[in-house]
Design a protein around this ligand. Structure first.
Ligand SMILES: Nc1ncnc2c1ncn2[C@@H]1O[C@H](COP(=O)(O)OP(=O)(O)OP(=O)(O)O)[C@@H](O)[C@H]1O
Ligand SMILES: [Mg+2]
Length: 362
């Protein structure tokens, strides 16, 4: 893969307020990259600087290796789709989709072919003669997508395009967007604050927090190896076990974290001298370990790394979430098979593969 889009030291200030700190980001050709993060983290600001609608305070944007920082939005070869569909109410669906092509002075035949093609892609051919107000929210969003796809931009920017739709329709449109991304072969940069949407859609996720990039990686990277406490907390459910390293090592020489009232082996080779990121292995050093709910297995009390009492059992369809009150007063959430039929008040132990846990750096 080659790089399609690059943000180099791009930054935005409004007076004294920093909307985006100096940021570097590379998006590969044909990639589906999602900007994910809480409200106000700078997602829209970054996207708008890529589009050219917002001028950066510093840094530059390159598309296909060309510096486009001072190129106007319409000449960057970019398509955009926003949360509000902004369809022209007085124009038919067909004319809405044709609008951008006519603006680009395409021939009548070219326009017809491109509009028909785009409408068929979003499966709206039979709605061509309707007006926007005669369409549902999901249908209007399809037309907004068709309007963008019609002139075949090689980069498509989408800012919370499904934000106004209800959950069921949103999930349906997510699979539509995945299909359209494959069909078009274009590079997608997609903004959402919904972690499930980001995990479902993306080749890579760029997690943003407080005007900067927190971590960039595949959905699996972010879920399995979050670099920070923020990343661990933002994606998926996380149990964070905090404690200090014991003086003694485990049977394979691994450091032992004293946390949640137990002795927890850390993910490190027996001979390995340092933890991930060079963190201290000195006895007494404090660490935070991320244990996802699906890692632990319930065992007899005192047979695991930690012990607790089942405080609550929540049914989740395919599995069950068990809430545990640990011996030191902390809480832990564990997913378990329904067949184990855990009961409130039962005392249990927990074990897991240390390599399914992650030591956080910050
Ligand atoms: N035109 C502006 N003038 C002043 N401050 C702005 C302007 N646009 C954005 N900001 C500020 O920059 C920060 C980042 O805003 P941005 O719109 O990029 O956030 P976001 O991640 O897209 O949030 P959301 O999920 O709510 O859309 C916010 O603190 C916002 O208030
Ligand atoms: Mg936004």
């Amino acid at each position: 893969m080659s790089s399609k889009l690059e943000a180099i030291g791009i930054a935005k200030r409004y007076g004294d307020a920093v909307a985006l700190e100096a940021t570097d980001l590379v998006v590969q050709a044909g990639e589906f990259l999602t900007l994910l993060g809480p409200s106000g983290s700078g997602k829209t600001t970054l996207l708008q600087m890529i589009s050219g609608l917002v001028a950066p305070s510093a840094g530059r944007i390159e598309i296909d290796g060309r510096d486009v920082t001072h190129v106007e939005p319409g000449k960057r070869g970019i398509g955009m789709v926003f949360q509000s569909y902004a369809l022209f109410p007085h124009m038919s669906v067909w004319d809405n989709v044709a609008y951008g092509l006519r603006m680009r002075r395409k021939s009548r035949d070219e326009v017809r072919a491109a509009v028909d093609d785009a409408l068929s892609m979003v499966r709206m051919t039979e709605y061509a003669k309707r007006f926007p107000k005669e369409l549902s929210g999901g249908q209007q969003q399809r037309i907004a997508l068709a309007r963008c796809f019609a002139y075949r931009p090689s980069v498509i920017l989408l800012d919370e395009p499904l934000g106004a739709l209800d959950k069921k329709l949103r999930e349906h449109m997510q699979s539509e967007i995945r299909r359209l991304h494959k069909e078009l072969g274009a590079t997608f940069v997609y903004v959402t604050h919904d972690q499930d949407e980001a995990l479902t859609l993306s080749d890579r996720i760029c997690l943003m927090n407080q005007a900067r990039i927190e971590q960039v990686g595949t959905p699996a990277d972010l879920y399995d190896r979050p670099a920070t406490r923020f990343a661990a907390g933002f994606i998926g459910h996380s149990n964070l076990l905090e404690g200090a390293l014991d003086d003694a090592r485990g049977t394979s020489g691994e450091p032992i974290l004293l946390a949640a009232g137990g002795r927890i082996p850390l993910p490190i080779n027996a001979i390995g001298a340092s933890l991930a990121g060079g963190a201290s292995v000195a006895p007494g050093a404090r660490h935070t370990l991320l244990v996802r709910p699906e890692a632990p297995r319930l065992v007899e009390p005192e047979r695991g790394f930690v012990d607790g009492t089942i405080a609550d059992v929540v049914f989740f369809g395919s599995d069950t979430r068990v809430q545990l009150a640990m011996n030191d007063g902390s809480e832990l959430t564990v997913r378990c098979e329904r067949s184990l039929s855990p009961r409130i008040g039962d005392k249990v132990g927990l074990v897991w593969d240390p390599y399914r846990t992650t030591l956080l750096h910050v």
